[in-house]
Structures are given as structure tokens and as C-alpha cells.
Design a protein around this ligand. Structure first.
Ligand SMILES: CC(C)(COP(=O)(O)OP(=O)(O)OC[C@H]1O[C@@H](n2cnc3c(N)ncnc32)[C@H](O)[C@@H]1OP(=O)(O)O)[C@@H](O)C(=O)NCCC(=O)NCCS
Length: 215
């Protein structure tokens, strides 16, 4: 992980949050991000669901549309995540990471990422993904739009996309205490197939994983 690069994303995001929510929120963002770049200890459950040949067509809730994000969607994504994180998102897209978005009146309100490859720089994690396994990550729904089925619809699109690309399974990492996310993965019929511990100290990364192979 390139420490300086992470801080480059932080400054434009902090200015964006300060304008939108005030200085206190910006200071909290800076504290949180600087803290986790310097030190992080997280324990995740590895959750997995199979991708069958016949997947249902995802239906977005009324008033929303869902689709794959393209580079021209980056300004709309930046309005949700900030210009710094949008710069990271642009790099991810350029490197083949796939983003799906939900929109309401051309405003992006939810997104999720998927990939067959991972790297510390782009994804903040490196996983030895078995062949035919897609990794889903970075899911987010704006708080006013939660519990309406947006992430469910986006995950349906992800499943169809990665199944068409040859994936047989999708996996994700969820922190043990993240009850909404655990409930969300379980609602897709996911099962736990391992654990993953991530320790970061001053930019050095250590991981301990137990079982990442869904077969
Ligand atoms: C987790 C998150 C992405 C879910 O997005 P969402 O668009 O609200 O998800 P959906 O409406 O499609 O919910 C799907 C299912 O997940 C479960 N779920 C979602 N939020 C939940 C909550 N707060 N409590 C309990 N279950 C929840 C439910 O089973 C739900 O189905 P139901 O509403 O029919 O019961 C959203 O809460 C979020 O952005 N959280 C903060 C970021 C985060 O934790 N991301 C995941 C990192 S691994």
C-alpha cells in the first residue's frame, strides 16, 4: 500500500465533507482515515454464495434504476463519495474492477464493486482468489435509501455479470459486528467458508486467512 497515495485521496474528500456537513464531520473523517491507514486490526468472516446458471433478473425498487457504472458516471459518484475516493474509483475502473450503481433522478445513491483480481493499492486487500471465484466488496447505500432492496438488486446484476464471465462463486469479507452486512449476505443464501484477519501497522500489511476455497 502506498501511504502517500491514501493521504492524497483524503484531502479532497475532507474538503468535500467540510463543505457538505461542516468542519466537525471533516475532522472526524480525517481522524478515522489517518487512524486506519496507520493502524488497523480487523477480523472478517468470509461469506460465499454460489452463482447458478439460471439467475433471476434483478428488479430495482420503484423510482430507482440500476446498471453498471461507466467512467462518465464518476462525477455522479464523486457527489456521493467525494472527489478523492472518486479518483480511486477511476483507477479501479481503468484496471478492470466492475462497479454497479443505483440511481434516483440521476443521483447515485448506492454502489458495489466486484473483481477477479485484488491488489493492496486498488482494493485495500489482496486475496488469493481461486479460479472461478469473484470477490464482491465496497458496497454502500446512502442512509436515506437503505432497506429498499438496492444492494440486493445491485448484487443480482453482479451475479449475472460475473456468472457470464465464468464465475461459479462470489465471496465477500464482512466484519463480525456489521449486522446489516451479515444479514444482507445471508439474504443471498451465503454461507461462511472461512475467516480473515487483517493487521496494518504504518502501511505494512499482515493477513491470516483460513480457507478461501469454496469447493
Ligand atoms: C449493508 C448495506 C450496503 C445494505 O444496503 P441496502 O441497500 O440497505 O440493502 P438491501 O435493502 O438490499 O437489504 C438486503 C437485506 O439485507 C439485510 N439488511 C440490510 N440492512 C439491514 C439492517 N440494518 N438490519 C438488518 N438487516 C439488514 C436484510 O435481510 C435485507 O433484506 P430485507 O430488507 O428484505 O429484510 C447498507 O446498510 C450500508 O451501506 N451500510 C454501510 C456500509 C457497509 O457496511 N457496507 C458493507 C461492507 S461489507
Amino acid at each position: 500500500m502506498k501511504l502517500l497515495e491514501r493521504f492524497q485521496y483524503l484531502i479532497p474528500d475532507a474538503v468535500f465533507v467540510a463543505r457538505k456537513h461542516g468542519g466537525r464531520a471533516a475532522a472526524q473523517l480525517v481522524g478515522r482515515r489517518v487512524g486506519t491507514v496507520l493502524f488497523l486490526y480487523r477480523r472478517y468472516l468470509v461469506l460465499c454464495h454460489p452463482l447458478s446458471d439460471s439467475l433471476p433478473t434483478p428488479i430495482p425498487p420503484d423510482g430507482y434504476s440500476v446498471r453498471r457504472a461507466m467512467p462518465q458516471d464518476l462525477p455522479a459518484l464523486a457527489a456521493l463519495v467525494g472527489p478523492g475516493t472518486a479518483r480511486l474509483f477511476a483507477r479501479r475502473m481503468a484496471m478492470g474492477r466492475v462497479c454497479f450503481i443505483a440511481l434516483k433522478d440521476s443521483e447515485v445513491v448506492s454502489y458495489t464493486w466486484g473483481t477477479f483480481d485484488t491488489s493492496w493499492d486498488l482494493d485495500y486487500i489482496e486475496l488469493p482468489l481461486p479460479t472461478g471465484t469473484a470477490y464482491y466488496y465496497g458496497s454502500f447505500t446512502a442512509s436515506d435509501h437503505r432497506r429498499q432492496g438496492l444492494l440486493t438488486a445491485l448484487t443480482g446484476l453482479q451475479d449475472q455479470h460475473f456468472r457470464a464471465m465464468g464465475a461459479r462463486h462470489a465471496i465477500g469479507l464482512v466484519e463480525r459486528h456489521n449486522k446489516p452486512s451479515l444479514a444482507m449476505w445471508r439474504s443471498f443464501g451465503s454461507r461462511q467458508m472461512g475467516t480473515f484477519t487483517h493487521l496494518r501497522v504504518l502501511g505494512w500489511e499482515w493477513v491470516r486467512r483460513i480457507a478461501l476455497n469454496p469447493e
